[in-house]
Design a protein around this ligand. Sequence first.
Ligand code: 5AD
Ligand code: SF4
Length: 418
Amino acid sequence: MAGFLIRTFGCQFNELYSATIADALTRGGLRSSESLGEASLIIINTCAVREKAEEKAFSFLGEAAKAVGAGHIVFMGCTATLDKERAVRIAGRGLNVVDGTAGAEQVLALIGTMVPLGEPDCVAPRSLFPTANIELMRGCESYCTYCIVPRSRGPEVVVDGGEILRRAEQAVGSGFSELLFLGQNINRYRSNRGGLVEIMSSVDQLDGNFWFWFLSPHPANFTPEEVRRLMELRHIEHRVHLPLQSGSDRILGRMNRRYTIADYARLAEPVRENTDWTLTTDIIVGFPGETDDDFAHTVDAVREFRFDGVFLAKYSDRPGTPSSSMQDKVPSALIDERHSALLRIVQNLSEQSNQVLAGRCVDVLVLAAQVGGNAFGRSIDGRNVWFSCSEPAPGIGSFVKVAVDHGSREGLYGARAC
Ligand code: 5AD
Ligand code: SF4
């Protein structure tokens, strides 16, 4: 049996596309392989958001080109749109490059001409079970000045509301426990069934035992009233991820984020008022022109909003973005220094947030279980949970209650309660 290998970089969109392709290949009779030497089809699904991910993809492409022999390599995703020439220089003219705006469909059409392919799952890829990733929209037109996505993924394309409800219903009906709705700026979703809140309210009406969540909102297109309405839904997870990016209004302006810290505080208020909900964010340190004072504002904001989790990134210059031609770049040593300082604060906040739950009982979605009594899952408010349980171990995708013994900056530790 021929083998295939998929290497995925980046976001949940890429995870979804890779899993869709992997499922179709497996159904076609190919075997998934971890070893470059064994695979006759290698698919590299790339991310261009930061330079590091891009360099890793190119270096993996180099290894793949040496190993693949007479087989095929497919280079897809954001970097495939942006730097096809470099990819071809590394891997030669035989390389198959599929534009990053094309999702999984075009890759499936291409590899269907090379190898046998089963029908892709029209609900959600089984290999992501128990989570069904469902696209609400793809592409982005928000044009944050540091971000390559509007160029690599192209303009917004919205999935019809009826189609989303149909996919959600089928996913729940076929046993998925969690629905994850995706959009680059999901607050711009509009369809014949309304915007984000309306479509999420319709999903909430579906019968079944499931949780759902969505990524990523944009503070400029979200209102506190909408946040409150979403928080009232029965099946929604108790967490909001709201990318802040910087704590300085001046830097937010240069980033073209179109909100101020005061606007953000109004949005965060309903979440912070409710101690059963968590608030997480993305922060970029070292955006061009960021002064010590701007950075101090970011530190203050992180402390003030008491984020339960922060995805902290060092600013990465992306060729072709507006910020890449800004003159006042922050030296990389200073970016490193600010990053380390903020990381310590962020880790302390995560630890405190998790420690508060010691002695409490939390609802957990089971993601992995071992024979012998150890399991792993995610709490309804988005925390990692490691717990012991007696045999038989709970099934992946089931919901359990865990009595929390203690918390660390990584998550919670406890024992199954019932
Ligand atoms: N440099 C650093 N981080 C970036 N992000 C997007 N573009 C860049 C960049 N050029 C981060 C933002 C965004 C997350 C998905 O990636 O914080 O929210
Ligand atoms: Fe990039 Fe901004 Fe679009 Fe997010 S909203 S993908 S950060 S341009």
